[in-house]
Design a protein around this ligand. Structure first.
Ligand SMILES: Cc1cc2nc3c(=O)[nH]c(=O)nc-3n(C[C@H](O)[C@H](O)[C@H](O)COP(=O)(O)OP(=O)(O)OC[C@H]3O[C@@H](n4cnc5c(N)ncnc54)[C@H](O)[C@@H]3O)c2cc1C
Ligand SMILES: NC(=O)c1ccc[n+]([C@@H]2O[C@H](COP(=O)([O-])OP(=O)(O)OC[C@H]3O[C@@H](n4cnc5c(N)ncnc54)[C@H](O)[C@@H]3O)[C@@H](O)[C@H]2O)c1
Length: 473
């Protein structure tokens, strides 16, 4: 048994753990970063980057079918093996390699490999033979795909985002379980690459969007292209020579039974905190399998524990993991005095076609507030030129102050308008301030101008109505 005594222990060498490491290692040599499994981060190995590489190949395949409209018919076919080989080559040589180069530069005495678990306050076991004693801990252990037991009989054909990018070739058919961001991004990409794809949802909604019109339109637009069973429950699964069978029950009791080569389970992720033995460190785990913490310090209660990234199950996206690693480290370094950090407005983008984006406060979060909604179909002149006119944009303004509070978008390349709106929200800008900037013709940004003009009209009407209501007769 070997014992290591340090001031700081970081559990996990993903985006958030490495962010914490970069901060703490500038201040002290008394730290260790513990990593279970391969280095390289979830984002680069099995997350953001391979999924976007697959989507880009799928977009190219899609153009083969849509070129006719522009008088540019294309012939060509998808070569599944080459698609996946290129994905892995780009991923490994460009994105994972960059991470590994950084890991290589970290001194060996700062790195420890193995699974960490608490054996008491301030004490961790790593594997079976190393004990780490530390004063402060950064819990940056990420999350893993959730898989329900109903899929146990077909496990040999089940894929998750952890395994799908390692396939030698594309499957002939695939069932995608879930209607969240992973299911929609990968499901649409696989469909566009020629895989016979069916998505099975549970709630009937694309939950990231919260306005009922946005939810309905997103489902309509995506269902026009994809085979989606939005609402129901997988009752049972079994395997035979034909493949993996799924029995799915719809709300009206109707049952659908279908066989697939593969099943991609994308029904959410669970925090790896449950494997840390936190109860040994005196930490209470919430019903959601995570711990309570202050988002401005990332500190868990009054304990010398700081959490970051997907382990929190709160805003599980890359830029938040990046920020949280640094916030957790700064507060650990400063502790017991807190160093609270401001947080950025929420921003989430689904890289589907059309894209889905949510910025700032959602429609649901604004319930009870006096807002006006600027709203338009996603049809600027530029979108017409692209022949990409599906979708809708809603921008939520404070009815009294004109300040932009949030937005929900469904549209081609919505990510760019989403970032402009994020900039406006970050700086507390009003719609009139955004309308003061020049906007080129014909650009997609004209849609932002037009939706804010729509909001302006509605705000004037709202003001007039409020005045007439409050003016004594
Ligand atoms: C398919 C997919 C696509 C995504 N696409 C996007 C996207 O387009 N944009 C975006 O913003 N976000 C995206 N995300 C989310 C993004 O990847 C994550 O938010 C981010 O990678 C989280 O980083 P992290 O540091 O919290 O976790 P990780 O990078 O997962 O790091 C945690 C590390 O801790 C290790 N660990 C766990 N338990 C222990 C233990 N007990 N002891 C030691 N080590 C341990 C794990 O092995 C892991 O290496 C995507 C995620 C997935 C799965
Ligand atoms: N573009 C991006 O930023 C991006 C891309 C991929 C992943 N991610 C991150 O990864 C996280 C995980 O993504 P995800 O798509 O797995 O989770 P999610 O929470 O977005 O979606 C899970 C989906 O599975 C459904 N579901 C749950 N149980 C089910 C069941 N038994 N049967 C059928 N459906 C069921 C839910 O209703 C939901 O639609 C996201 O929260 C996101 O932060 C981000």
């Amino acid at each position: 048994m070997k014992t290591i005594e340090v001031e700081y222990a970081i559990i996990g060498a993903g985006t958030s753990g490495l962010g914490a490491y970069s901060r703490i290692s500038r201040q002290t040599d008394s730290l260790v970063m513990i990593q279970d499994g391969p280095y390289g981060t979830t984002c680069a190995r099995v997350g953001c980057m391979p999924s976007k590489l697959l989507i880009t190949a799928a977009d190219h395949a899609h153009h083969l079918h849509t070129g006719d409209f522009f008088g540019v018919p294309s012939s060509g076919r998808v070569e599944g093996r080459k698609v996946l080989e290129r994905l892995r080559r780009e991923r490994d040589h460009r994105f994972v390699a960059r991470n590994l180069r950084y890991i290589d530069k970290i001194p060996n005495h700062h790195k420890l490999e193995g699974r960490a678990r608490f054996i008491g306050p301030g004490r961790l076991m790593v594997g079976e033979s190393v004990e780490v004693r530390a004063e402060k801990f950064i819990l940056a252990c990420g999350s893993r795909p959730a898989i329900s037991e109903v899929f146990n009989p077909v496990m040999s054909r089940v894929l998750t985002s952890d395994t799908i990018f390692e396939l030698e070739d594309l499957p002939r058919s695939i069932a995608v379980i879930g209607m969240g961001v992973i299911a929609l991004e990968l499901g649409q990409a696989l469909h566009r690459l020629g895989v016979d794809t069916t998505l099975y949802g549970r709630s009937g909604r694309i939950n990231a969007l919260t306005h009922p019109i946005m939810q309905r339109q997103a489902l309509e637009v995506l269902s026009a292209e994809l085979d989606i069973q939005p609402c129901g429950q997988v009752l049972s699964t079994w395997e035979d020579a034909e493949g993996a069978w799924i029995e799915y029950e719809q709300p009206d009791g109707q049952r659908i039974t279908k066989v697939f080569d593969r099943i991609l389970v994308a029904m959410g992720r669970v925090s790896n905190l449950d494997r840390l033995g936190l109860e040994q460190a005196g930490v209470e785990i919430t019903d959601r399998g995570t711990v309570s913490f202050d988002p401005h310090t990332m500190r868990c209660g009054n304990l010398p524990l700081f959490i970051a990234g997907d382990a929190t199950d709160h805003l599980p996206v890359w830029h938040e993991a990046y920020d949280e690693g640094r916030i957790a480290a700064d507060n650990a370094l400063n502790s017991p005095a807190p160093a609270p950090a401001g947080r950025r407005p929420p921003l989430m983008v689904f890289f589907t076609d059309p894209q889905i984006a949510i910025i700032g406060q959602s429609f649901q979060q604004l319930q009870g507030r006096e807002i006006v909604i600027g709203e338009l179909p996603f049809t600027s002149a530029r979108h017409v030129v692209w022949n990409k006119v599906q979708g809708r944009i809603q921008v939520y303004l404070d009815a009294r102050t004109d300040v932009i509070l949030g937005a929900e978008l469904l549209g081609y390349q919505a990510e760019h308008l989403a970032h402009l709106l994020a900039l406006a929200i970050t700086h507390g800008m009003t719609a009139e301030q955004v309308l003061a900037m020049p906007i080129y013709h014909p650009s997609a940004e004209e849609l932002l101008r037009d939706v804010l003009i729509d909001a302006r009209k509605k705000r004037k009407r709202h003001e007039a109505e409020t005045v007439s209501l409050t003016t004594p007769a």
